[in-house]
Design a protein around this ligand. Structure first.
Ligand SMILES: [Zn+2]
Length: 81
């Protein structure tokens, strides 16, 4: 079973689906808030490229579904015995 988390992008407020383990995020009021692909690129421009720093790479699975381990466990139990 694969799952995705869906919420607002902290930058542009667009609804995005993402893998919480890999999605890029910014800190808003002390909380990590995920941002979308284009906001990540913009963030890189402002915070990295304009300062002559290497842009932070986007994880290839940042916006891909992730394996829901809890679900997996339950489903595989019968086959292991
Ligand atoms: Zn955005």
């Amino acid at each position: 079973m694969f799952a995705l988390i869906t919420s607002e992008c902290a930058g542009c407020k667009k609804i995005i689906s993402y893998n919480p383990n890999h999605v890029p995020s910014i800190t808003v009021d002390g909380e990590r808030c995920p941002i979308c692909r284009s906001c990540h690129e913009e963030w890189n421009q402002i915070h990295r490229i304009r300062k002559n720093l290497e842009p932070l790479p986007l994880h290839p699975e940042a916006y891909e579904p992730f394996e829901d381990e809890k679900f997996f466990k339950g489903e595989n139990e019968n086959e292991k015995g």
